[in-house]
Structures are given as C-alpha cells and as structure tokens.
Design a protein around this ligand. Structure first.
Ligand code: DGL
Length: 271
C-alpha cells in the first residue's frame, strides 16, 4: 500500500557508510527547509568489494529501512548501488521517485569536459560494472572514458585521513593511471571520495575539473520536488535524522570534521 506523500514528508538518503553525507550536505545547502532521514549502513561498509548479489540485497534492505519513514523521495547516495542495483531500489519503493548519484555525476562530467576525455574513479564494483562509461556515452557518444578502481580511498575516508601522507601516497599510485591520457575532467564516482577531494585535486593538478555529483543531485532534487509540487516551504532548518546499522567509535569525530557541526542524535537500526 503506497504511503501518503506531502511536502512535509522527509527525503530519504542512504549510503554504505558516511560517504553519503557529502550528498546530505549539498541537499541541506540547496534546500535547507527539507527534512532529511539519512541511513548509513556502517555495519556492512564497504559495499565496493562485494558481489552484485550481495549489493542488490543490501540495496533492498537499505531502501526498506528508509521506507518506514514514509519519504517523498529516495536519494541513492552510493554510486555502487546506483551502478548495480538502482532497479532494486525503484522496485522496493513503488511509486516514490528515486534519484541515483551516478546519472547525476555522468551528466555533470559531460557538461564540464571540453575535450571529451573523462576519467572516472570509483569502487571495484562500480568500475567493473562499466555503468559510468555507458551512461556518459549515452549522453555523449564521442566521449572517451578512462576508469580506475580506488578501493583504499573508502577506508581512508572512513578513518578521516583527509590530510595524511598515506592518503597522498595511495592517491599518487591510483591516479597515475591517468597520466598521459589527456583527461580534462575527473569524476569522483564514489560518494566517499569528496572527503579526500583536496588530496585528489592536488595529485591530478589544477587543470582537471573535479566532478562531485552531490551538487547535481541537489539540483535534480529541487527540480523533481518542484515539478511535483512537493517542495517543503514551511519548515525551519532541521538537523538530519541519522540512522546507522553500527555506531563506529570515530563516527562522531568524522561527522564533525565533515559536516562542520556536532553529531545530532543517532538511531541504531538492525539490518
Ligand atoms: N560511497 C559508496 C559509493 O559511492 C560506497 C563505498 C563502499 O561502500 O565501498 O560507491
């Protein structure tokens, strides 16, 4: 039975861990009146090295958790789920609209590139799925896409090592893939990576546009809510309601580092 949706209903957002907070931040900045329910599957992060079967199961669980809060929209703030299981999310939420980060990021990259040579970094599962190249080529058939999986970036971000020599070393190792490829645009194809944006940007150099899909998602969210008359015009700014499947010791520090505010109450949910 579909639930009743009103402009005051929340926006549900999920990711495997803290990475999707990059999307929460962008939504809060663009749409401060909206009520946000965020689920980070901190007990099962990372998703990137897992099989498609497991990722699809997790996607269904994560969506079902958010559906309990009767959202008006679901944002998949995880590229891995957007690449391998967007249909599972859509099926689990019935008539509630779904926005995935991958399409938004691909669109932004196509807008930004001037030479149609685009680099994409993401989790193992996202890169192996080839979903970015397919989506970018559907928007610009002439674009050349160069990809590299960067699995260690997720734990580095989860550990908050945003300015650490180990992160610099690993960034050099991974991003060396793009040397000599003449890319002018690099897509951060994992929502954890904007947390390491400074080091990634310094490693590839200032001539390369860095694409963070969070802003494109915020833009698309506004359009979609506006078209369907569901923009919330009544609320004062509220803190996001945070749900996690495990409360890691460093969660509060990383939240603060990343969101620039104290951690609001966090609710533990079982997956
Ligand atoms: N942040 C997620 C993504 O955008 C997943 C990272 C992970 O759990 O491996 O792909």
């Amino acid at each position: 039975m579909p639930h009743k949706v009103t402009p005051e209903s929340p926006i549900g957002i999920f990711d495997s861990g803290i990475g999707g907070l990059t999307v929460v931040r962008a939504i809060q900045a663009a749409l401060p009146e909206e009520k946000i329910i965020y689920f980070g599957d901190t007990a099962r992060v990372p998703y990137g090295p897992k099989s498609q079967v497991t990722i699809r199961k997790y996607a269904a669980d994560d969506t079902a958790i958010l559906m309990r809060y009767q959202p008006k929209l679901i944002i998949v703030a995880c590229n891995t789920v957007s690449a391998l299981a967007l249909d599972v999310v859509e099926k689990t939420c019935g008539s509630i609209p779904v926005i995935g980060v991958l399409k938004a990021g691909a669109g932004l990259a196509v807008e930004a590139t001037e030479n149609s040579r685009i680099g994409v970094i993401g989790t193992q599962a996202t890169i192996c799925s080839n979903a970015y190249a397919v989506t970018i080529n559907s928007l610009n058939p002439d674009a050349e896409v160069f990809s590299r999986a960067c699995p260690l970036f997720v734990p580095l971000a989860e550990e908050g090592l945003v300015d650490h020599p180990a992160t610099r070393l690993i960034a050099r190792e991974y991003l060396d893939e793009f040397a000599g490829k003449d890319i002018d645009t690099l897509v951060l194809g994992c929502t954890h990576y904007p947390i390491l944006r400074r080091i990634i940007g310094e490693t590839v150099g200032p001539a390369i546009h860095i694409i963070d899909s969070a802003e494109a998602v915020a833009r698309r969210t506004r359009e979609l809510l506006d078209e369907s008359g569901l923009l919330n015009k009544t609320r004062e700014q509220a803190l996001p309601h945070l749900l996690v499947s495990d409360l890691p010791q460093k969660f509060s520090r990383i939240y603060k580092l990343f969101m620039g505010s104290e951690l609001p109450d966090v609710e533990l949910v079982e997956v």
